[in-house]
Design a protein around this ligand. Structure first.
Ligand code: HMG
Ligand code: MG
Length: 293
């Protein structure tokens, strides 16, 4: 196992505006999305995933990504990011002025087919031109791996499969691999088994935990990941969201809960809980709106 990082600084990557709002059944207005991102910009995270540039046919909820990026008040020191599945999405994201993009793959063939309509191998082929273009444009590329412990269609996923795809994405030039427990099925035991395999091939300083909270174990899974040296975690304000291709999956772990748990454990996030409360109020209204439809 590589050397464990001892830093007590943890970075939170706020994914609520994307991972959260992509799953809302109600139409959320562009202005409300802009207001949510602006409130989050006050809170002290250094990354906010604002939207995705995927096919509007599949995710109509985020079809106004360019307008949202054009409308937000950008704060220095924050990277405003977006998901891009292919070169078309990358070009749309770049033209909208993102600071960073994320490609997204899966450790499960069935999930890859359902989510992005291609095999894992084909997804890597689609990402190669994104990496090449982003390098030219000076835009950093992050990568997600979904289904790192279980898949809604295939069940348990082998840790060696997660390690293989994580290494392939890192070797392509993705600066960080975010490990997605898409359906929140992980436990400290299964997360530990997965991380044992992954940290052997990609150092923990290049990994992030992206844990959905379906099983109410996301905080325990973060604690387990800290032991492996991970110091970046994705979270969503007020636990917004889920994945439309993972039925029943709850939102990403709640940002406020993560900040509080990390603080108790002696880790600093730099997130201002007082300011976060304002973003939480709006996120809860949007969540209620989604549930009402
Ligand atoms: P496709 O439908 O399989 O086929 O798209 P296509 O490439 O032939 O495109 C079909 C149509 O979409 C064409 O338009 C394309 O031009 C258009 P038409 O000719 O029919 O008018 N198109 C696009 N339009 C705008 N932007 C684009 C784009 N690409 C194609 N970028 C594709 C394949 C991947 C694009 C599609 O399947 C898709 O957009 N899927 C959505 C996947 C998604 O957003 N899933 C949720 C996010 S992943 C997630 O939540 C997991 C994560 O949180 C981690 C975790 O929790 O595990 C990240
Ligand atoms: Mg997710």
């Amino acid at each position: 196992m590589p050397q464990i990082i001892k830093s007590n600084r943890v970075r939170l990557f706020e994914v609520g505006p994307r991972d959260g709002l992509q799953n809302q059944s109600a139409q959320i207005s562009t202005d409300q999305k802009i207001e949510l991102v602006d409130l989050l910009s006050e809170c002290g995270m250094d990354h906010i995933e604002v939207t995705s540039f995927v096919s509007p046919k599949w995710i109509p909820q985020l079809c106004d990504g360019a307008q949202v990026l054009a409308g937000i008040q950008r704060r220095a020191g924050i990277a405003y990011t977006a998901l891009t599945p292919n070169l078309k999405g990358y070009a749309r994201a770049r033209d909208a002025g993102v600071d960073e993009v994320a490609v997204f793959a899966a450790a499960s063939q069935s999930f890859s087919q359902k989510n992005i309509h291609c095999s894992i191998g084909q997804s890597l082929e689609r990402f190669a031109p994104i990496l090449a273009a982003a390098k030219k444009d000076g835009i950093a590329v992050r990568a997600y791996v979904s289904c790192v412990v279980a898949c809604p269609y295939e069940g348990a996923i082998a840790p060696t499969d997660v390690a293989r795809i994580s290494k392939a994405l890192f070797d392509m030039g993705c600066y960080q691999i975010s490990l997605g427990d898409t359906i929140g099925a992980g436990s400290p035991q299964t997360i530990s088994a997965m991380l044992k395999a992954v940290v052997d091939v990609v150092g923990p300083q290049h990994l992030a935990g992206h844990y959905h909270d379906t099983g109410d174990r996301a905080l325990a899974n973060i604690e387990e990941s800290l032991r492996f040296g991970l110091r970046t975690f994705d979270s969503a304000v007020a636990g917004l969201g889920g994945c439309p291709y993972a039925p029943g999956a709850k939102g990403n772990v709640d940002t406020g809960l993560v900040v509080r748990r990390l603080s108790k454990l002696g880790f600093e996030t730099g997130v201002d809980l007082h300011k976060l409360a304002q973003a939480e109020r709006l996120a809860l209204i949007l969540k209620q709106k989604g549930l009402a439809v």
